[in-house]
Design a protein around this ligand. Structure first.
Ligand code: ZN
Length: 239
């Protein structure tokens, strides 16, 4: 059930019955020459929609956080970068409001690597305030399953491009898809290092992406997440 579609009275009624709230989180940033700038929030939104189609009466979907921590790609056109400090505060304030309305179990459904430090810090603050937060990085948490479908992964690489081909093929420019297997030698920070490491604002091999692989990834990942949310909802936190 989508929070954005409810009136305040309906929200008041349904929020009491919901087992958890999902907050899709991404960023707006360059994704190679072939994928749209919204890739990192469009994918969590689609995963949330698939979950909603199966768990509609049990799970509330909150409006997406579609700006995020994109320091690493801010040298590429269209990227909008939010600092980790601001992101932590923003997420804590969203989570605090959800908590105020009785939504104690919160799922951060993340589509962007640069958000990871902020999400973990925000989750800790919210946990201290009484929330229970499940943080999911879809591409990383289900990497073994994804690598059974794809040969490789990467930023705007085979996996992410495949999912985008499944979501909005008309916006993917596969004739511009490239490969980049540069690996940085260590944790090096310079203001423009992305020009070297993330040539063309991508890593991996996008040329191998197909919509069929993307559909399989979406199915596997959404099923795994639903299973996890079932456990999270029941309060069973260990295997
Ligand atoms: Zn991405």
């Amino acid at each position: 059930m989508y929070l954005s579609a409810l009136t305040m009275n309906k929200f008041k009624k349904y929020s009491q019955q919901m087992e958890a709230v999902i907050l899709p989180i991404g960023t707006t940033e360059a994704h190679g020459p072939h994928c749209p700038l919204g890739t990192d929030f469009l994918i969590p939104e689609r995963i949330a929609a698939l979950i909603d189609s199966k768990m509609n009466s049990r799970i509330l979907i909150a409006p997406t956080v579609n700006y995020g921590c994109s320091w690493g790609l801010k040298v590429f056109p269209g990227t909008i970068n939010i600092s980790t400090e601001t992101m932590v505060r923003y997420l804590v304030e969203i989570g605090t409001s959800l908590l105020q309305w009785g939504l104690k179990k919160q799922v951060f459904l993340n589509g962007h690597g640069g958000n990871r430090p902020a999400l973990r810090t925000a989750a800790q603050h919210l946990a201290d305030a009484g929330a229970q937060v499940l943080v999911i990085d879809w591409w990383a948490d289900y990497m073994p399953q994804i690598l059974e479908i794809c040969d490789s992964r990467g930023h705007a690489g085979e996996d992410e491009t495949s999912v985008m081909l499944a979501i909005m093929p008309e916006n993917i420019e596969m004739d511009l898809a490239t490969a980049n297997d540069n690996r940085v030698i260590g944790q090096i920070y310079t203001a423009d290092i992305s020009f070297t490491t993330l040539q063309n604002a991508m890593t991996g091999d996008a040329t191998k992406a197909t919509a069929e692989k993307g559909k399989q990834i979406l199915k596997v990942v959404s099923n795994e997440i639903m299973r996890l949310i079932d456990q999270f909802s029941s309060g069973c936190y260990v295997k």
